[in-house]
Design a protein around this ligand. Structure first.
Ligand code: GDP
Ligand code: GDP
Length: 455
């Protein structure tokens, strides 16, 4: 099956420990017509001329297994991702963003006969922020006379431009030698580490659900350190609390402790506080009180948490007040009104008695682990290959959109990009999202699936 063949995880090696090691990934970015696909063909050593003079030529793949002087790597061609109604600027920036998310190093190709454009500059800005190694290629340097054109590219501030002629092969060997110097032996992308420090938790919920009670219970006799920096400003204060042998940073606790339940504008205040806490946090604990029916405000706060893209844990508080009747009702409520967050781990607690407070840490850990998670490109494509083979996209107007390739462009939360030959139905996208969750878990984290359509 052709789709399965395109999607197989060929660039994955299992070593002796059974650990999956992936070939390092090199992505090629740049404006249309600078010669990216010519360069891809040159690197792959293909003779067939896939390149045509018409911009936006159909290309059949996104990533290729390549090698140079005995070393294997995966080459990702962003050249075909050009179907978009927006301006060229945004498209190239998009390409670059996805590329740097998945790559260990980036080749930025510039047409040295044209020189530096505003688009090139925008891309450079983005690439710089990524801190990934970038090799600047001045293409279309077909002879020595044109080398001075390439020298102009020093102006981009990326260091030495490598003069290359993708058409004639001039300079390509030197460029690849340089690429081998910056590419790691195995891809490091999957193992992206977070910046460190205690994990940041936002405790949120409408007034009276028990936030301050829970905070007190958690802090208990443990030493609570109030962030001295934040303490100098009037409102947001972070507290460091030891839980499960680790320190956690509870953000914006001043608003909880102060317990201002203003008569007027309380909603507005609460919503502001919630949003500001979410912004600073990595994981949100949304408190709900089981002795009362789920309110509009509960739902709104939950929505804010989901939209923030943070990891999420649901804490059903005041469990000590739950009677049988209310309990049956609660189960229905969860099924009906909380179906959209069924992926969030749930803990039943009593902030008043401290019952089950030790269940919070395992739930936080699970949610954060999935929030940080990266699915190796090979595994993801093996999954997509099987899924597409078993459940192809329905034919629409005589055409059947195909998925060429997928990658996890980023984590925290996990975001996936699918490269397709046509628009996937919303229903089919939801189906893929559901299968992703069934296959890989992702308890406690929102995930996002988007597509890039090529024509
Ligand atoms: P892409 O859109 O960036 O992938 O660019 P292509 O690889 O499709 O190339 C665009 C045009 O530039 C084609 O007409 C190529 O033949 C031409 N081109 C690519 N590389 C070179 C080169 O090194 N020298 C010259 N003179 N033309 C080139
Ligand atoms: P906050 O506004 O979200 O910070 O809520 P509080 O922590 O101030 O709690 C509001 C009220 O609910 C207080 O009277 C608490 O004593 C009570 N409360 C909080 N948690 C529990 C619980 O687990 N069980 C019971 N029975 N009462 C609770």
């Amino acid at each position: 099956d052709e789709d399965a063949a395109l999607l197989d995880g060929t660039f994955e090696d299992a070593d002796d420990d059974g650990l999956v090691r992936q070939d390092p990934v090199l992505a090629i970015v740049g404006r249309p017509n600078v010669g990216k696909s010519t360069l891809v063909n040159r690197i792959l050593g293909r003779r067939e001329a896939v390149v045509e003079d018409t911009p936006g030529v159909t290309r059949d793949r996104v990533s290729y297994a390549a090698n140079w002087s005995g070393r294997k790597f995966t080459l990702v061609d962003t050249g075909g991702w050009e179907h978009d109604a927006r301006g060229i600027h945004a498209r190239v920036a998009d390409q670059a963003e996805v590329a740097v998310g998945m790559a260990d190093a980036v080749l930025l190709v510039v047409d040295s006969t044209v020189g530096i454009t505003a688009t090139d500059e925008a891309v450079v800005k983005m690439l710089r922020r990524s801190k990934k190694p970038v090799i600047l290629i001045g293409n279309k340097v077909d002879d020595i006379v044109q080398e001075s054109d390439a020298a102009m590219l020093w102006g981009l501030g990326l260091g030495q431009p490598w003069p290359v002629s993708a058409v004639h092969g001039r300079g390509v060997a030197d460029m690849l030698d340089r690429v081998m110097e910056v590419l790691p032996e195995f891809s490091a992308v999957e193992g992206l580490e977070r910046s460190g420090g205690p994990r940041r938790v936002a405790l949120i919920g409408r007034p009276n659900v028990g936030k301050s009670s829970l905070l007190n219970k958690l802090a208990g006799s443990e030493r609570v350190v109030v962030d001295p920096m934040a303490g100098t400003t009037r409102d947001p204060v972070d507290e460091f609390i030891e839980l499960g042998d680790r320190t956690w940073r509870f953000v914006d606790t001043a608003g909880i402790r102060r317990r201002v339940h203003m008569a007027q504008g309380a909603d507005f205040y609460a919503s502001l506080r919630t949003q500001s806490a979410l912004e600073k946090a990595e994981v949100a604990v949304v408190l709900l009180a089981v002795d009362e029916v789920l309110s509009e405000q509960d739902v709104r706060i939950l929505q804010l948490a989901v939209e923030s893209g943070r990891a999420l844990v649901l804490a059903f508080n005041k469990w000590d007040l739950l009677d049988d009747e209310r309990r049956r009702y609660l189960e229905r409520e969860i099924e009906q009104d909380l179906a959209h967050v069924e992926w969030a781990p749930r803990v039943n607690i009593s902030a008043k008695t401290g019952w089950h407070k030790d269940r919070l840490v395992p739930a936080l850990d699970l949610a954060l682990e999935n929030w940080d998670r990266r699915i190796p490109t090979g595994r993801l494509n093996a999954f997509l290959g099987e899924l597409v083979a078993a459940h192809p996209h329905p034919v629409r107007g005589g055409k059947q959109p195909r998925i060429l390739f997928g990658t996890q462009a980023s984590s925290r939360p996990p975001k996936f990009v699918l490269f397709t030959t046509g628009f996937l139905d919303a229903g089919y996208r939801r189906f893929i999202t559901r299968r992703l969750r069934e296959t890989f878990g992702f308890e406690g984290t929102p995930i996002e699936v988007s597509m890039r359509v090529r024509e």
